[in-house]
Write a protein of this length. Structure first.
Length: 226
């Protein structure tokens, strides 16, 4: 073997080694490049998702603020309505009550809750209340009745009771309208009619008496027949 051939073999081996290293370096570079792209894409997706969550949170906060305003407005309308409102359970417990109803019942609202509504109705009218409640739950009808309240006042207080059961049949929505003045006026008219009839009767009696007396007078002075 010549000297030239012997010196050429190491050069070929070294070249192969360099080629393999170059290929490995290129593969590593491609792998590194691909990993960086994936990482960037993942970071981008996470950032987009974070922005979406932030926007959803803003929308939820805005919706919550609107709901709170509407809830407060509804609470004001419910509490300060001119009509008393309350909710009764099937056994007659008061589960909800507005301020107007509490004023009608002359009791603090917190004391009314979980109390029995029938205790605030005059004993003479409690059977009417029981009949109304039974009809409302049993027949799913709107019921109406006039009740006198069991409240120690100089003048008895009367209310118009209107109840409607909910669809589930678990609660009775009730409105209470103060009709004390109307009942008082009706009572006065009734007394007025009675008084007028009595007066007419007295006048008629007096008239009959007067006619009878007059007749007797004429009879007494009528000349006798010959």
């Amino acid at each position: 073997m010549s000297v030239d051939e012997t010196s050429a073999e190491p050069d070929a081996g070294a070249l192969r080694d360099r080629a393999e290293r170059a290929l490995a370096d290129a593969a590593q570079a491609r792998q590194d490049s691909m990993g960086t792209a994936d990482l960037h894409r993942l970071v981008h997706e996470l950032q987009v998702h974070q922005i979406e969550l932030a926007m959803q949170n803003e929308e939820l906060q805005s919706t919550r603020a609107v709901v709170e305003v509407e809830r407060a407005r509804y609470a004001d309308l419910y509490d300060f309505a001119p009509t008393g409102y309350l909710t009764l359970s099937r056994d007659g417990q008061i589960t909800e009550v507005n301020l107007t109803a509490a004023t009608l019942l002359r009791t603090d609202r917190s004391a009314l809750l979980r109390g029995m509504f029938i205790h605030y109705v005059a004993p003479a009218d409690r059977h009417l209340l029981l009949e109304c409640v039974e009809s409302a739950f049993g027949e799913q009808l709107r019921v109406d009745c006039d009740l006198e309240l069991a409240i120690a006042l100089p003048t008895p207080r009367s209310v118009h009771f209107r109840g409607v059961a909910n669809e589930a049949g678990t609660a009775l929505r009730v409105s209470l309208l103060d009709i004390t003045a109307r009942r008082g006026a009706r009572s006065k008219r009734s007394r007025g009619c009675v008084n007028a009839r009595s007066a007419l009767w007295r006048m008629a009696s007096l008239s009959r008496t007067q006619i009878s007396r007059t007749t007797r007078s004429f009879t007494s002075i009528r000349p006798s027949r010959r």
